[in-house]
Write a new protein. Structure first.
Length: 348
């Protein structure tokens, strides 16, 4: 085992496929003992629960090796949660070969990496590499950065363009910090569009940063682990829109709404209701678990924009309350408005 525990940071925009990638990595760990730290945006630990259900470890090991930070982005919780969590992980370093940190889709990766310069962490752990996950279909549809052709024309016409939205800045910062870009959902577009997206991404990245297409999170673990980049030591080569800020400030208008519903739903009917909601509010991401009538299995639902996916992941446990739990992430969201829009049967 190396002197320092290698830490891989998995970052990327909302719904890009970070959790799916980590689940596949855990299920194909090649004997590695991997600890996972999940950074949730919102109070309902959807991603943490999905990782716990991957069934690669017994329950005790999973509960010991998966940590959730629920206070927003990691760079704002390092004092309260990240630092003590890392201390607990480092106490068990003999049982851990590597650590994965999944950042919130709204988090900047660079402030997190800076925390590994702290003397209490630097002597025992190093950021082995940063993997940025990018949704090929979303980029092709312009839902992240606008139409590719229009964006490129705009940049050529105005090289000093400084009117980017916070979401675009976040996307660019995630790319700028990457050692590898994992391009997911390439199967959702044709080959020509996939190539177009990859060519556009190459123009945004240093030549040394490669793009690897991926379907369903299936990727060789050797590609995601073992960069030996010691990222915390060369942050100056990874520019950020927030480099001049002493402390990262959030867009306070972005928030999450949590719904815990006793009602059961047919998946297609619920998706139609949620699509109507997305049309009326600025919602970036919807994720959660759904209780389906006459089904013994729990439904996992995830949506970005008006695109929704769902699948059954496991049986409801005997002691488990059959509830529908949803997290909606967006801008200026108010729970009372969401409830009213969806119907008076919803309770928080």
């Amino acid at each position: 085992m190396s002197a320092k525990i290698p830490v891989t940071v998995i970052t990327g925009f909302l719904g890009s496929g970070k959790t799916t990638t980590i689940r596949h990595l855990l299920q194909n760990n090649q004997g590695r003992r991997i600890a996972v730290l999940v950074n949730e945006f919102g109070e309902v630990g959807i991603d943490g629960e999905l990782l716990r259900s991957c069934q690669v470890c017994d329950e005790e090991d999973v509960n010991n090796n998966i940590f959730e930070l629920t206070n927003g982005c990691l760079c704002c919780t390092v004092q309260e949660e990240f630092f003590p969590t890392m201390q607990e992980l480092l106490k068990r370093r003999e049982k851990i070969d590597s650590i994965l940190i999944e950042t919130s889709g709204l988090a900047l990766p660079k402030p997190l990496v800076q925390a590994f310069r702290w003397p209490q962490i630097k002597t025992s752990a190093t950021v082995d590499g940063v993997v940025t996950v990018v949704d090929c279909e979303a980029v092709a549809n312009g839902s992240l950065v606008g139409d590719i052709d229009a964006l490129e024309a705009q940049r050529q016409a105005d090289p000093n363009l400084d009117h980017e939205t916070p979401i675009e800045e976040l996307f660019e910062d995630q790319l700028a910090c990457a050692d590898l870009v994992l391009l997911t959902k390439v199967d959702m577009v044709d080959k020509a569009i996939s190539n177009k997206v990859q060519n556009w991404l190459k123009e945004q990245l240093p030549q040394t940063v490669k793009i690897v297409p991926c379907i369903g999170g299936e990727i060789n673990p050797d590609l995601l682990l073992g960069f030996n980049a010691a990222v915390e030591d060369n942050l100056d080569s990874r520019p950020s829109h927030h480099d001049t800020e002493e402390e990262h400030e959030h867009d306070d208008e972005i928030n999450s709404v949590n719904l815990i519903l006793e009602q059961e739903f047919e998946p297609k009917e619920l998706v139609e209701k949620l699509k109507d909601l997305v049309a009326n509010y600025e919602i970036y991401r919807i994720k959660g678990f759904v209780a389906v009538p006459n089904k013994s299995m729990r439904l996992v639902l995830q949506g970005v924009g008006d695109r929704f996916d769902y699948f059954y992941d496991r049986l409801w446990k005997k002691q488990e309350v059959r509830q529908t739990k949803l997290v909606l992430i967006g801008r200026h969201l108010k729970v009372e408005n969401i409830q009213l829009e969806l119907g008076n049967n919803f309770s928080n």
